[in-house]
Ligand binder design. Structure first.
Ligand SMILES: *Cc1c(COP(=O)(O)O)cnc(C)c1O
Length: 352
């Protein structure tokens, strides 16, 4: 969803952002408030806000390597004399619009892939973690990760047994953050502009020492990765809203919206619709549509293209298009918008 502006913010978040823009603020003070609020929300010891999760990956790795040492920070991306190998399970070497390996290399570090693209055992991780010059373990929790799911708790323990810190990139997983923090990871990274619906920002949660080291790197390579005052205010408003939300009610609303969409889609004779759960365990499902080719000349790819070309342009998740499956993310949508989508679909799928 990043090319679509990712999410829409509530009027409450938007008004907080607008107010932030009209004043001067001491950024250090704002970041201290953010750290407290993030800690209250998540139970992590400390937190900070940076430009986005891409920045958070680079800065977390910088922080692990440099600590708060000014000379080390000034030297980056030169890492001579610093442990700089970052162990990453090969299946976690994702591309979210940028290859995560490049986000690692931007800090001067060297990504080392462990295991195969389908499997990485804890044994294989341990072997790499014990290599001299190793700095940390990076794990990714995302639907972009292919292959067998690694046991995060065991992976974090393996790193800690080797005396190394861990970072989890959980960008879109703010609704699973308790699970991810429960692994014992030293740092957890989240994108505030995804399901949290804040302005673009990266949230870094973790130990005070590493959060301080991230902030210290703002006087180094992090200069170009810092959070704006409006991003900080937007995140604070978004987590305030999230904390007042009733998850059970929210889930029921999402389930109801999805069931209605699927019911109505199944009334279109050229379609079959069903729900698929989020593969990472996020607390909602998505709608999957398949086109019945015996009943229309428009295939799945044709439908997706036609939806894009209409007004309003409608974008779907295209990762399963090769299997002729079209996935709809309904979480951010209102009923009236869903009605427009269904109307457009039935217009496009003319009977044979
Ligand atoms: C979206 C995403 C990113 C990048 O996040 P930005 O905040 O857009 O920089 C990184 N990792 C994963 C797993 C993502 O889903």
């Amino acid at each position: 969803m990043t090319p679509l502006g990712v999410s829409r913010s509530s009027p409450y978040i938007a008004s907080n952002v607008a107010q932030a823009l009209e004043h001067f603020w001491l950024i250090d003070e704002l970041q201290q408030v953010a750290s407290r609020e993030l800690s209250d929300w998540t139970g992590a010891r400390a937190g900070t806000i940076v430009h986005c999760t891409g920045a958070a990956i680079t800065l977390s790795i910088a922080a692990v390597m440099t600590g708060t040492d000014q000379q080390n920070i000034a030297n980056l991306p030169d890492v001579t004399a610093l442990p700089s190998k970052v162990i990453l399970p090969a299946a976690h070497a994702i591309n979210y619009g940028q290859s995560i390996q490049q986000a690692i290399r931007l800090a001067g570090a060297e990504p080392i892939l462990a295991g195969s693209s389908h499997h990485c055992s804890i044994c294989e991780l341990e072997k790499h973690l014990q290599e001299p010059g190793t700095s940390c373990l990076l794990l990714v929790s995302s639907r972009l990760v292919a292959g067998n799911e690694i046991d995060f708790k065991a992976a974090v323990k393996a790193a800690h047994d080797a005396g190394l810190p861990t970072i989890i990139d959980g960008a879109a997983q703010d609704r699973r953050l308790a699970d991810l923090l429960d692994t014992g990871t030293d740092l957890l990274l989240l994108s505030a502009q995804k399901y949290l619906s804040a302005p673009t920002a990266g949230i870094i949660l973790g130990t005070q020492q590493l959060v301080d080291s991230v902030r210290a790197n703002e006087r180094g390579i992090g200069r170009a990765m810092k959070a704006s005052k409006e991003a900080i205010f937007g995140v604070l408003a978004a987590i305030e809203e999230r904390q007042t939300e009733n998850l059970a009610i929210w889930q029921a609303e999402q389930a109801e919206k999805l069931a209605r969409f699927i019911g109505q889609a199944n009334e279109i004779p050229q379609l079959e619709a069903f729900s698929i759960p989020d593969m990472t365990g996020l607390p909602f499902s998505r709608a999957c549509l398949t086109v019945t080719r015996s009943k229309t000349n428009v295939g799945a790819a044709g439908l997706v293209e036609a939806l894009k070309m209409g007004t309003p342009g409608i974008r779907v998740m295209e990762h399963a298009l090769r299997e002729e499956r079209i996935i709809f993310e309904l979480v951010p949508l209102h009923e009236t918008e869903i009605a427009v989508i269904l109307e457009r679909i039935s217009e496009i799928l003319v009977p044979k």
